[in-house]
Design a protein around this ligand. Structure first.
Ligand code: CMP
Length: 138
């Protein structure tokens, strides 16, 4: 169990103007922002980030949407951060997500589900390293 997780606010949620509200919900949930960046992924970078899903039928669509506009990437700290954040954002499919969860409030579809959250401590480290240098972390 680690106290770090990684999140991205996805392009559709950023484009729809939900960045501030989602960051506020993250803070209100007791997650401390340790690093923060706004950037646009290339298709190659989005493909590399989601390489674990390469064989899945939704991979091309996922890469397309994740590189379609700017995202906001962050490292979050809380006790048992990976599980706590997954609980907090709700189910992958916004239609099935808990009421008042980030994905229920701001997700539009399973692909445009507002935010990504790491699924393991190991991936939280890999994903944080994908976006942030040591000097970008606080
Ligand atoms: P995320 O937490 O970013 O991790 C992988 C992403 O793949 C997931 O959120 C969804 O946005 C996307 N995804 C998972 N299953 C499907 C699906 N059946 N159709 C489209 N996208 C999916």
């Amino acid at each position: 169990m680690s106290n770090i997780t990684f999140t991205m606010i996805k392009p559709a949620a950023v484009a729809d103007g939900h960045t501030g509200a989602i960051l506020a919900m993250i803070s209100d949930g007791g997650f401390k922002i340790k690093a923060l960046r706004m950037l646009q992924l290339s298709q190659a970078e989005a493909g590399a980030f989601y390489a674990v899903h390469r064989e899945r039928p939704f991979y091309t669509e996922l890469v397309e949407s994740m590189s379609s506009g700017p995202i906001v990437a962050a490292i979050l700290e809380k006790e048992d951060a990976v599980q706590a954040y997954r609980d907090y954002i709700g189910a992958t499919n916004p239609a099935e997500a808990r009421e008042d969860s980030i994905r229920k409030l701001y997700g539009k579809s399973i692909g445009d589900n507002a935010v990504h959250g790491s699924d393991s401590d190991e991936n939280a480290i890999i994903e944080s390293n994908f976006f942030f240098n040591t000097m970008d972390r606080f």
